[in-house]
Structure formats: C-alpha cells, structure tokens
Design a protein around this ligand. Structure first.
Ligand code: AMP
Length: 465
C-alpha cells in the first residue's frame, strides 16, 4: 500500500510534501521519495526507509521548487528495492515527468508484456511504469488527450499524481478504489491520499478528487475533466475503513473514526457474551473497542500497552524468547486481566499469527476467558487493488471455518462482523459504492486477470459476481 502527496505553488513545496508524507507514514514504511519542479528544472530524492530518516534539512534544501509530489511505499507490486521506489521519473522528448501511484493496476503485466514484445525496456518492476509507457506511446496530440488515452487502457486501482517542471496532474480510477483528496493552503493547491496530511500542514479540505476525474494544475489555472464517464460503479475499498486509513482522516466523504466505532457497536449488538472488560488490540482495535464498550456497557480498559518506538527490525538475544516479535510491541497490564473474562477487540485476522500470540499473552497474564471480537468479516480473498494481503494459501479464513480458526487461536469464542453489518453507515447504497472482494471474493474489475492470478496461485476459481 502507499500514500501520496502533491503540493502545487508553494515556496516551501518540498517541506510541505515531507510533512504530508510524515502524516501518511502508516500507508507505507518501506521507502519514501519527493520530486520537485521549479518551473525550469526538476529534482528528486528517494531512498529505502522511513520519512524522517530520509529527509534531513540538508536534503530538503536541495529539493528546490514551488511544486512537489511525494510517496511512501509498502510494496504490493514489485520487490522491495530502491529501483522500485517512487516518485518514478522519466525523460520524454518534451522534458522530465515524475509520477507517484497508490493502488494496483490489475492488467499491468499484460500491458508490459505487449510493450516488451515490441522492444520496450523497463527500468523497474512496478506497475506504475506501464502508465509512463502508455503516455509516451499515445498517438494523441494534447496532454489532455494523451492522459485520457493512457488512463483508459488501465484496469484496477490508481490514485496518481504526475509532476513536470511546471505542471501537476492528479487522477483517480473510475472505481475510486483508493482515496484522493484536494485541499488548499493560501494560494497553494494540495492533493493527498488522506486528510490527516492536510491537518498537519494547515491546509483546508476542499473535496475528493472524483473517481474518473483528472485535475490539471498549470500556472494560475486549475482545470478538471473526466477520462471516464461518471456512470461507472464506485468501488471504494472497505478495508480503508476497517484497518488502513488513519482514524482521524475523512475518507470517501466520511469520518473513519465514526465508522470504526460503529463497527464495534454492531459487533456488540450481535453478541450475547458476558464479560468483565473490553480491551482493544492497540492501535488498530481501539475505535471498535470503544464502540463495543458503549453499546454493551461493559467497561473499556487499555489492558495492552504498545511500544510506539519499535522499528521494522530489532536484535533478538541469542537465547530464544518465546513470542518475542509480539512482546516487543505489546505488553499486558497484568492486574487488569487477573481472573477476568475479557472481550478482546481487533480489526481483522489475516494469517492468524498475531491474534494467537496476543491471546496467549493475555492468558498468561491471568485472564479466565478470552472472547475475540473482530470488527470485519473473515478475510478470505487476496486484494488485487493495492492492499497488501497475502495469497489465499496464507489467509487463515480461506482454509479454516470460524470454529477451526478459534481452535487455532485458542480463544474461548470468536466472533466476526457480518458483511451486512459492515455497511451499518449506509444500508441502502453499500453495494453501489464499495469493494469488499477481500471478504466476498466478488472482484468488481479486471476479473479475467484476477481469475488468472488466483488460479495460478491455488488452482481455485473466483466467485461469480
Ligand atoms: P495476522 O492475522 O497475524 O496476519 O495479523 C493481522 C493483523 O495485521 C490485523 O489485526 C491488522 O491489525 C494487521 N493488518 C491487517 N491487514 C494488514 C495489511 N494489509 N498490512 C499490514 N497489516 C495488516
């Protein structure tokens, strides 16, 4: 998964882009980069690692320009390697252009194969590079026509920002899988994956960039057009609400925190479990646990404390410590659990390894019963639209029933949210607006390509729509 930011027409464009990425670090911790344009030239800096480690004041000083785009990456397509970091920059006959991308282009491999067969050379393994080839090869005359031509050839999820030395272009796929929002700060235009980026840099939310829309920033002009008609069904990713987006963001025109709390209310409404306390798995389970506690009137306790300073790697002692990986991140407040019947709330179970370890940790801390409540349905299908989910072989709910999963996790009961309750916030339009393929196997676009990938991995067929 990834997060993107664009700043158009601000004297401190690189610094604002850096802060915008900082606020969106949760969307990708593997690499980050910023490209700038000063009306004349472009500059770029990217590296593996996290935002504050990559951008020092010295580095930001070299990124001169009043326009900037930036990217944080968690690889879903292409290996974890510097050559796959973004912004991805190319030189066309008309000058340089950089691009950042959040999403997954489902038909990227077939497009790439077609180009390679006709002699094209690719520099990276990322699907985004295909977009640049489509732009370069378009026979259309104007940039507007070329963009329309290129984007119309893509299937799947893309929230994109392009930057040349003096223009910025924002575009979103016609399903609107991934978020993309437009803001302003004094005379500058800001585009970001999430509104939490606007809050940090003091920008004001203007509106979402619409699915199928392209917004062109050039000089004093801002122009909007569509590359796809707006009758296309929207397929916003429901997992942004479940886990991915920050709870303080406003995504798909709704507040993520309120949606997550509502998931907890729904879970409690569908449960008859009696318990002494409700405990979240921090941070991902907190809003749903608050909702659960409000609805059930069972007291909320922060029974697990998270160490916020854990990096991606840590040195383990040579003598093995059991469940070290989870222990280094979470620690129980023992007194809270001793002799108690506990409702433990988390957002999702993917492979099932984390929940198993946390349940064991709470049991060791003295809990009498542990009832695990998950604020989403069982994750049974991999995502091909940009979420980093493993193959079906690794998804515990693809192989096991709820009861078998409970036995594996070793909790006293296990309850998931139903697909219907997931849409508590809009019971009328839900099927019109969201993609829930990770729960239902109903892949809304690129089905032929998705089918090929799933058959290749597991030999299974996907569900009919
Ligand atoms: P596990 O079941 O051990 O694979 O871990 C599940 C936990 O990982 C969930 O409770 C989430 O907090 C988190 N999670 C869910 N989806 C993702 C994702 N796409 N990338 C990273 N972490 C995730």
């Amino acid at each position: 998964m990834c997060g993107i930011i664009g700043i158009y027409n601000h004297p401190e464009a690189a610094t604002l882009a850096y802060l915008g990425l900082y606020a969106q670090q949760h969307r990708g911790q593997e690499s980050a980069g910023i490209a700038t344009g000063n009306g004349d030239k472009m500059k770029i800096h990217l590296s593996m690692g996290q935002v504050p480690d990559i951008f020092s004041q010295g580095v930001l000083n070299t990124l001169k320009g009043i326009h900037a785009i930036g990217h944080v990456r968690y690889s879903t397509q292409g290996e974890s390697h510097i050559r796959n970091c973004q912004p991805f920059m190319v030189n066309f006959s008309s000058g340089s252009m950089a691009v950042v991308h959040n999403g997954n282009i489902v038909n990227a491999l077939s497009l790439r194969k077609k180009f390679e067969d006709s002699g094209a050379i690719f520099q990276s393994n990322i699907d985004t590079e295909v977009v640049m080839h489509l732009l370069a090869r378009s026979k259309q005359q104007t940039i507007r026509e070329r963009i329309t031509d290129a984007l119309s050839a893509l299937d799947g999820a893309f929230s994109l920002l392009f930057l040349t030395k003096d223009t910025m272009i924002a575009a979103r796929d016609s399903s609107g899988f991934r978020p993309l929002v437009l803001g302003k700060k004094n005379g500058a235009h800001i585009v970001a994956s999430e509104t939490s980026a606007f809050d940090l840099i003091g920008a004001e939310f203007v509106r979402e960039i619409e699915p199928g829309e392209v917004v062109f920033f050039s000089g004093d002009q801002i122009e909007s057009f569509r590359f796809a008609d707006n009758n296309h069904k929207k397929n916003h990713c429901i997992f942004e609400y479940v886990y991915f987006a920050r709870p303080d963001s406003h995504v798909f025109n709704r507040d993520v925190y309120e949606i997550r709390k509502g998931f907890g209310h729904q879970l409690a409404k569908e449960s008859a479990t009696r318990a002494d306390l409700v405990v979240p798995v921090p941070d991902s389970g907190v809003p749903a646990a608050i909702g659960y506690s409000h609805e059930s009137k069972i007291p909320f306790e922060m029974g697990l404390v998270r160490n916020h300073y854990v990096g991606r790697t840590f040195i383990e002692p040579e003598q093995n410590i059991r469940h070290f990986g989870v222990k280094v991140k979470l620690n129980p407040v023992r007194k809270t659990f001793e002799g108690k019947k506990v409702i433990l709330v988390d957002d999702s179970i993917v492979r099932g390894t984390t929940s198993k370890k946390i349940v064991k940790m709470i049991r060791d801390a003295g809990a009498k019963e542990i009832h695990l409540k998950i604020s989403s349905p069982p994750t049974k299908w991999p995502c091909f639209y940009g979420m980093d989910t493993p193959s079906r072989r690794e998804l515990i709910s693809a192989k096991k029933t709820v009861e078998e999963t409970r036995l594996h996790i070793e909790c006293d009961s296990l309850q998931y949210l139903s697909v219907e309750s997931l849409y508590w916030f809009d019971k009328i339009n839900n099927k019109e607006w969201f993609c829930d393929a990770c729960f239902t196997g109903k892949y809304p676009v690129g089905r032929a390509e998705v089918e090929k990938k799933i058959r290749f991995e597991t030999g299974e067929a996907i569900k009919p729509l």
